[in-house]
Ligand binder design. Sequence first.
Ligand code: ADP
Ligand code: MG
Length: 688
Amino acid sequence: MITFDTKISALTKVGKTTSRRLKKLDINNVWDLIWHLPRRYEDYSIIKNISDLKTNDHTTIKGRIELISSRRSRKKRMNLTECLLSDKSGSIKIIWFNQPYITKQLKNGDEIYISGKVDNDYYNLQFSNPMWEKTNANTIHTARIVPIYPSTNNITQKQIRFLIKQITPLFTTISEWLPIEILKQYDLIPLPEALKKIHWPNNTDDFAAAEKRLKFDELFIIQLIQEKNKSAISSQSAHPIIFQETKTKKLVKSLPFTLTDDQKKCAWEILIDIAKPNPMNRLLQGDVGSGKTVVAAIACLNTSFSGLQSVILAPTEILANQHWHTLQNTLKQFELNIGLLTRSSRQINTDATKITKPKIINKIAAGKLDIIIGTHALLQEKISFKNLGLIVIDEQHRFGVEQRAKLKDKTPKMLPHFLSMTATPIPRSLALTLYGDLNISIIKQKPPGRKKIITKVVSAIDREKAYDFIKNIIKQKQQVYVICPLIEESDKLGVKAATDEYAKLTKTIFPKNKIGLLHGKLKVAVKKEVMNKFKQGKIDILVSTSVIEVGVDIPNATVMIIEGADRFGLAQLHQFRGRIGRSDKQSYCFLFTDNKSQKTVDRLNALVNSDNGLDLAEYDMTQRGMGEIYGTRQSGLPDLKIASLTDLDLIKIAKQAARDIIKNSPDLSLYPLIKKEFELKYHKYHLE
Ligand code: ADP
Ligand code: MG
């Protein structure tokens, strides 16, 4: 008897070779085969009269065989089966190559369906190598909507359909795991029916209903994870951080600029949230240069004066350094103890000399440091805090219960408040799926007085002009970034690309200028030195890979060249571009590309015309898909089989359903079937 666990080799017509080939498609048993879903469909459901056929039609005809025979063709040394098929409107020739067995299966007078593409052999219309089936049985290859499956070269669609057909009776025994109320409330069909209809839809309604159900399942599990996470965090305790009104006003007054309304609003949302006795879980989103750091500084100040410690984690050492300097500057008047702890630096306040790692760890444990700045790697260290109140994490979006537990204070029941900051724009559908467990604050405005960056697409012939322009800019004592793409798969860090570009610019293009090189393989001390030199204006042009140093703030850099710009997603290009345009001087971004395709030109022009990161991300999401924007590897996007992270309407429904379930039963104990499915799928969609 065939069950879900039955090995694929036990099915009819699956020998050793076929089962090896199926393995390549990740199909090992019947269950895998059930979930091998069609990639698309051919609609062969409409049966045409032979006399109505036109060249290039993809269609079906039904007719009687007048004549059928096989022979060897002289020219090509292959077997040729020819057939003349008639219906009441006319007749047409059909040819099959190298399928001599067909003459054993079909005889004159048989009635068959033919589905395929209509060709033209100069004189007459004909079908070559079409699908055929006798009309006296349920068809699977012809005269219906025919599923087309993901396949490899060696496995034919016909074979896969034949196998799926064999196991289709099993679909009815698949158990439903969603409660009937959810099916009713959201108009979903039962799972067995959905699988039947996704493989064998009779019409587009069947397909739509099946697709909706299967997409819902995937999105619902993701939302359950989010809602469970949210409810787990909000049921924990945190130290309330009391709003320090006088101190906060003093800080805001001392800034060399006025806060934008959005900065004020976001700071306020954060202050309200951290005053609660449950941990804040919040994402602060703001385009590059929108001024997120000062908002974080306000939160840290309030934490310090509530007698609690804060930690700020940055993705790189350079950024940690930069935050350390910024925070010290911003909070100077309050005489807080601000420490830096990275792989290569341990320091407390600017003037202090370096101290050892055990010493700084002791100080953290003793509560002698108010604010500690480090890299994300700090999470791996065994550090205990006297009283940790707030974690700020820059450019890493996700941070769950487990990670939080790693950075805990000496009161084990207390979780710190959590603020994550990102410049990555988050379309609404993504915000609901990937960050559904977070509250989001958004800084939409840029600080006033910034000039719009002039962006230009530069083709190969205009390269010289751009270089001349840059020579002129350098004469005016302004600085330039050159960003290089990853060209070869083997060069994951872009070291070769950046090094080659550096050599070219130094030797032939700008021999008189000072050029610096930055890539991930350099020693930390070297990187720091290069960045410092650039900051101090001792380097005119900084050549960098695309993979490092997001968030660097060097206002005197006003020009950016992006090599191979077509290789990047728009949101990413927009982030690079955010390195410039940070002062009142006019900034320029040159997108170098040799790709002349209309699609590329259109995409890059979107960047020329828009400086809104969210618009650009939405544009790219529709043009290139999600993985492209966020870089599939780093982003941790869940591997969805059928749903898409852009299905906003369905995402909303799944979210509502998940919210209701978790509200009813936070540990899912009232829903054992959902619980089982959840545990089965958890690791697949878990996003940390
Ligand atoms: P990001 O959001 O990219 O982290 P930063 O916090 O690094 O941005 O801020 C970018 C620059 O803008 C910094 O030099 C900062 O001092 C400055 N800045 C922040 N807020 C304002 C403001 N309201 N007006 C003018 N300049 C500001
Ligand atoms: Mg920043």
